[in-house]
Design a protein around this ligand. Structure first.
Ligand code: NAP
Length: 312
C-alpha cells in the first residue's frame, strides 16, 4: 500500500515525478481524503501538498501514521504548523529556489504600474499611437524611494534589484538587518510615510493579516504605489480598493489577492492597478526546482535522513 499521498493541483510533470518516485496516490484536494479507505489512510506516512486550501488538525487526524507534510511553495500558511507540531508531524517548504522569479515579478509590477505599461501597450495596439500620437507622459520610477515590507529571502532580492535601479532602499522587518546604506523603520506606517513605493514581501497567515492597513495606505499617499507579491491576507483589501477608487493611493501592482482566483471585480475597473494571476514563481524552471525540493524532503524523511528545509 502506498505510503505517500499527493494532495493538490499538481501539474502533469509534477504528478508523473511524484508517482515515479513514490508510487503516490493523488487527490485533487484535502476534501477527497474521506474517499480513501481507513486502511489506505492508515498507511500514509508522507503528504506532498500543493495549494491554498487549509490543511489542519482535522485532515492530519485522518492520517494517523502521518510523519511529514511537504509543502510545494515557500509560503505554508495553508498548513496548520502548530497542529502538525502537536502531532509530531514535520512540515517542509521550498524556500530560496523561487526568490529570483518572485523578485522579478515584483520589480515588473512596479515598473508596469509606474510606467503604465499595460495602458501604453493598449495605446499602441488600439491604433491610438498612429491616430492620436504619443502616449501621455508617465512617471519616473528609477531613483525613487522604495520601501520593502518584510526583508526576508524574497524581500532582499527585491531590494537588491531596486538598488540597481538607483533607488533609495528603506525597509521594515521584525528586527533590523545588516544592510549598510539601507534605512530601517521600526513601524510599517513610518516606512510607508518615507517612500514612494511600498513592496510587500511578508509571510502570510494570522500574524501578518491586514498589516498593510488603512493607516499604512494613507501614509503611502496619493503619489504612492503599492506592490504585493506576498499574500492577499496581508493587505486590508477593502481599504486598498477604497484608497485606489478615491485617489488616496496612486496605484497598485498585485500578484496576490483575497479569495483567489475569484478576486474582487472592483480591481478590474481600476486602470491604476496591474493585476497578475499569482504567478510569482510561475516559470518552468522554478516550478521544477520547487517540485524537486518537495520530493527531496519526502525522500529524506522516508529514508530517515535529515530534512532539507524543515519549518518545524
Ligand atoms: P521569509 O524569508 O521568511 O521572509 C518573510 C518576511 O516576513 C521576513 O521579513 C519576516 O520578518 C517577516 N515575518 C515572518 N513572520 C512574521 C510575523 N509573524 N510577523 C511579522 N512579520 C513576519 O520568506 P520569503 O521566502 O521571503 O517569502 C515571503 C512570502 O512570499 C512567502 O511566505 C509567501 O507568502 C510569498 N510568496 C509569494 C509568491 C508568489 O507567487 N507571489 C511566491 C513565493 C512566496 P523577519 O525578517 O523579522 O523575520
Amino acid at each position: 500500500m502506498t505510503e505517500t499521498l499527493a494532495i493538490g493541483p499538481f501539474s502533469p510533470p509534477e504528478r508523473e515525478a511524484l508517482t515515479a518516485q513514490f508510487g503516490c496516490t493523488l487527490l485533487a484536494g484535502p476534501g477527497d481524503l474521506a474517499r480513501l479507505s481507513e486502511d489506505a489512510r492508515a498507511a500514509i506516512r508522507a503528504v506532498a501538498y500543493k495549494g491554498h486550501h487549509p490543511f489542519g488538525a482535522a485532515q492530519m487526524d485522518m492520517l494517523p501514521g502521518l510523519g511529514i507534510v511537504a509543502n510545494f511553495g515557500v509560503g505554508y500558511d495553508a498548513i496548520d504548523v502548530a497542529a502538525a507540531s502537536e502531532r509530531g508531524v514535520k512540515v517542509t517548504n521550498t524556500p530560496d529556489v523561487l526568490n529570483d522569479d518572485v523578485a522579478d515579478i515584483a520589480v515588473a509590477l512596479l515598473l508596469m504600474t509606474g510606467r503604465r505599461m499595460v495602458q501604453a501597450s493598449d495605446w499602441a495596439r488600439s491604433g491610438n499611437w498612429a491616430e492620436r500620437g504619443e502616449f501621455p507622459l508617465n512617471r519616473k520610477v528609477s531613483g525613487g524611494k522604495a520601501g520593502i515590507l518584510g526583508l526576508g529571502r524574497i524581500g532582499r532580492e527585491i531590494a537588491d534589484r531596486l538598488a540597481a535601479f538607483k533607488m533609495d532602499i528603506h525597509y521594515w522587518a521584525r528586527s533590523e538587518k545588516d544592510t549598510p546604506g539601507w534605512t530601517y523603520h521600526d513601524d510599517p506606517v513610518a516606512l510607508a510615510e518615507a517612500v514612494d513605493y511600498l513592496i510587500v514581501a511578508l509571510v502570510g497567515g494570522p500574524d501578518t493579516a491586514g498589516m498593510v492597513s488603512r493607516q499604512v495606505i494613507r501614509a503611502l499617499g496619493p503619489r504612492g504605489i503599492l506592490v504585493n507579491i506576498s499574500r492577499g491576507s496581508v493587505v486590508d483589501e477593502e481599504a486598498l480598493l477604497h484608497a485606489l477608487e478615491s485617489g488616496v493611493l496612486a496605484g497598485a501592482g498585485l500578484d496576490v489577492f483575497l479569495n483567489e482566483p475569484k478576486i474582487n471585480p472592483r480591481f478590474y475597473a481600476l486602470d491604476t492597478v496591474t493585476v497578475q494571476p499569482h504567478q510569482g514563481s510561475g516559470t518552468v524552471e522554478t516550478r521544477a526546482a520547487m517540485a524537486k525540493l518537495q520530493r527531496d524532503n519526502i525522500a529524506a524523511f522516508l529514508s530517515g535522513g535529515p530534512l532539507l528545509t524543515a519549518v518545524n
